[in-house]
Design a protein around this ligand. Structure first.
Ligand SMILES: NC(=O)c1ccc[n+]([C@@H]2O[C@H](COP(=O)([O-])OP(=O)(O)OC[C@H]3O[C@@H](n4cnc5c(N)ncnc54)[C@H](OP(=O)(O)O)[C@@H]3O)[C@@H](O)[C@H]2O)c1
Length: 256
């Protein structure tokens, strides 16, 4: 078992990639804490894990709110006593529009859910990881290739990649590894929403073509990359950004 008895918080664990990561971690022996806003979804994933005789706890949380994050951590510690792994996966695409049509509120909200949430969750768990001199933080970012009309989301995710690099240096002496991934184009609710906005809104027919050409993949595949980075096999890796679209990355995870 790659994560036997390790305690992992997965934000946005109710569907899409977060759910796939939760199931992959549970199957490898982790105790999984699921944090997202929609209680039915995280409760359902926790139930799926418990029906497989795996430890899982769902805690309704808006991870862009500090008080809720701290409450979630308190409950996780009461249940499992420690935190070994944090997956900052929660995200939302924000407005699909040219920059001059985006309000300040939309800009701030998009940065808050995609970047500030990772700051809040990481800040909350770090004292525990620093004390035990061990930990893994995995940040789910996106591609670095610009996507028109998604600027707040893309900027927040680019910030998340630099956040990863900054922290990896800061935490090296504490044996805490921090890495970021781009999970590729996954067929999840987020992707459906982007497609529904139409080719015009995102300035390209790219997603339709990706679907037609079978490039859209299920989140179970990039979940294996997250699993690899959470495992001891990745102990020497920190401050990196891995794209699931990279053939070498696919090769690496196919061997784990
Ligand atoms: N799908 C893709 O092609 C793609 C590509 C590149 C990167 N990504 C990234 O991959 C990650 C997972 O995306 P996905 O495709 O699996 O999306 P998804 O199916 O829409 O799932 C997003 C998850 O984030 C949670 N979330 C959103 N806002 C939240 C908040 N304020 N507090 C707590 N949880 C929140 C959602 O739960 P609630 O709404 O219930 O809170 C949900 O569980 C995201 O970070 C996304 O940006 C996705």
């Amino acid at each position: 078992m790659k994560l036997q008895n390790r305690v992992a918080i997965i934000t946005g664990g109710g569907r899409g990639l977060g759910r796939s990561v939760a199931l992959a971690f549970g199957m490898e022996g982790a105790k999984v804490v699921l944090a997202a806003r929609t209680n039915e979804e995280i409760a359902h994933v926790a139930e799926e894990l418990r029906s497989l005789k795996k430890d899982a706890l769902s805690i309704p949380t808006d991870v862009s709110e500090e008080e809720q994050v701290n409450h979630m951590l308190k409950r996780a510690l009461e249940a499992y006593g420690t935190i070994d792994i944090l997956v900052n996966n929660a995200g939302a695409r924000g407005p699909i529009a040219p920059l001059h049509e985006i309000s300040l509120a939309e800009w701030e909200q998009t940065l808050r859910i995609n970047l500030t949430s990772a700051f809040l969750c990481t800040k909350a768990v770090l004292p525990i990881m620093i004390e035990k001199k061990e930990g893994k933080v995995i940040n789910v970012a996106t591609t670095l290739t610009p996507r028109p009309n998604l600027t707040p989301y893309m900027v927040a995710k680019a910030g998340l990649i630099h956040f990863t690099k900054q922290l990896s240096r800061e935490l090296k002496d504490y044996n805490i590894q921090v890495n970021a991934i781009h999970p590729g184009v996954m067929d999840t609710r987020m992707q459906e929403e982007i497609r529904k906005a139409g080719a015009k809104a995102i300035g390209t027919d790219m997603f339709e073509r990706l679907k037609e050409e079978g490039i859209l993949h299920l989140p179970d595949e990039p979940a294996k990359l997250v699993l690899f980075l959470a495992s001891r096999a990745a102990d020497g890796i920190t401050g990196e950004y891995f794209s699931f679209d990279d053939k070498e990355v696919k090769f690496l995870i196919s061997r784990t």
